[in-house]
Ligand binder design. Sequence first.
Ligand code: GUN
Length: 293
Amino acid sequence: MLLDGKKISEEVKAELAVEVKALIADGHRAPHLAAILVGNDGASETYVASKVRACERIGFGSTLVRLPDSVSEDRLLQEINAINNNEEIDGLIVQLPLPKHIDEQKVTESVVPEKDVDGFHPVNVGKLVLGLPTFVSATPKGIMELLARYNIETSGKHCVVLGRSNIVGTPIANLLSRNSNPGNCTVTLCHSRTKNLADFTRSADILVVALGKAEFVTADMVKDGAVVVDVGITRVEDSTNPSGYVLKGDVAFDEVEPKASYITPVPGGVGRMTIAALLQNTLQARKNRIKPN
Ligand code: GUN
């Protein structure tokens, strides 16, 4: 069965739109998200455009700051600082990756934690590890929401995560191992140095794949009845498509789908949930500013 990120993200966005109306009825302004896009990487352009469009659809304000590839680190930090100090803006994301001459860590740390709706700042990552309220980064938050809304049983299950990135693999491994629902999984975090990878994946009740390698997980690597969450979204050249490419997940969907009890499609799976979760964080940032806690 499909874990339909398109459908569930529409539900989440409809709920957010209602909350925005209620905020405004109470005399507050709508949540406002600012996004900084450096350069013109095709995929990043698409992601940022989707985020801005999603804001508009549910009644959030949005600001897109575009900077050239050649922008200096100092200039970028100045832009971030201006947004940090702008009372009209609740959330700020800097789309990654950044050009090589810019220190990503420095940029991440320059966003004030209160506006860091991507949940990338070390303070917010630390709070996540401690289980304190924070902005959980959007992709892992979206996956948790998807599992919750499909009532997927996770307690006591073996969850295998492929990929140990700071923005997906590491936080989702943490969230699923927590004493919570969804959660209470026994988690194995696999990565590029893992030996006998398929032995791990075949023992997974829940398999979360965040490698960025198109169609890496094949049917022989998956247990019958597994829940498969595919975070990959790679552009693969395809001259028969007007755009010149097709989007592929990290899972060979057609062959894995018959074995899986639940599986996310690409597109229409995790990507949609990432955007919905970012919007949830932005609403939370707005509420925090109305009533500081
Ligand atoms: N690049 C890939 N995923 C993300 C994300 O969730 N947020 C930002 N800012 N950049 C990304």
